[in-house]
Design a protein around this ligand. Structure first.
Ligand code: ZN
Ligand code: ZN
Length: 285
């Protein structure tokens, strides 16, 4: 299967651009080959290399667009910001793609095509970050799942869409904005140990309830407000990017608040290192 050169729009998920390019050039749709064109292999959890060694598909390497795609057209930045860059977290999901009907209608008017946005591929993203409207995992016109829907066929499907106004500032909308803002993160990726401890130290300060440990309280809260199912186990170590991002959102509420705490702690650690180094230097005199 040949692939066409990419011209993704801002925030467009890489897989959406690949599918559109192929459909426009009349290439036959073969989903398994399409997935292999955008599936990025992440390092295993216990890999010692730092920064992690990420393996790009041959197709991207040939086009010389690997890092640009990783940063601008996958879920990598939010994984980097929340310490979830290992292989158990998928930067390029091939399920649970969703669309906002208002965005879809606007996209057709503005770009002549519907765009699958990367922020709407995170499992528990339920609202559009721009409109607050409910995201759809199935096309309301033809009932096909958005993950397997032809990009070109959205042209006729959107004509049947009845877009409903979203509820701005609802928890689902604020969580969507949190995801969108962390997708702008372009600094060094953090380790899971670091971000877990950040959540624990902040979360412990918040007294949700006397009768539940705070992790359970957050689970109950996100179940109720974000419609996220309760987990079988509640340990942070086993938490993937989808659930962990909901925890981080519950505790920090907005991305700038999270990034500010991150900076404060990093500066404290740096200051501690300088003191330690000075002490070592003095003892060596
Ligand atoms: Zn929208
Ligand atoms: Zn459809």
């Amino acid at each position: 299967m040949k692939f066409q050169k990419l011209h993704p729009h801002k925030d467009e998920y890489i897989a959406s651009a690949i599918r559109r390019g192929n459909e426009l050039s009349g290439l036959k749709h073969d989903r398994s080959k399409e997935v292999s064109a955008y599936k990025i292999q992440q390092p295993y959890k216990h890999t010692k290399t730092f920064p992690p060694k990420i393996q790009f598909p041959a197709y991207m390497v040939e086009l010389g667009i690997t890092l640009n795609v990783l940063q601008n057209h996958t879920l990598y930045p939010i994984c980097a910001a929340l310490g979830r860059t290992d292989s158990s977290n998928n930067y390029t999901p091939h399920r649970h793609w969703k669309i906002c009907l208002i965005c879809a209608i606007e996209d057709i008017e503005e770009f002549g095509t519907v765009i699958i946005r990367r922020q709407n591929t995170l499992v528990y993203a339920k609202a559009c970050d721009k409109h607050g409207a409910t995201l759809h995992e199935y096309c309301p016109a033809c009932n096909k799942s958005i993950t397997t829907h032809s990009i070109l066929k959205f042209d006729s499907c959107t004509k049947k869409y009845k877009a409903q106004a979203g509820s701005l500032d609802s928890p689902k909308h604020r969580y969507a904005k949190f995801i969108k803002e962390l997708l702008e993160y372009d600094e060094v990726h953090l380790t899971q140990t670091f971000t877990d401890s950040l959540i624990i130290s902040m979360g412990s300060d918040i007294r949700f309830s006397e009768s539940h440990p705070y992790l359970r309280c957050i689970e109950l809260y996100i179940n109720d407000s974000l419609d996220i199912p309760l987990p079988k186990t509640g340990a942070l170590q086993n938490m993937g990017i989808s659930r962990f991002s909901a925890h981080a959102f519950t505790i920090f509420q907005d991305a700038s608040n999270y990034l500010k705490h991150l900076k404060d702690i990093q500066e404290k650690i740096r200051a501690r290192y300088i003191v330690q180094e000075k002490t070592i230097m003095k003892s060596q005199l």
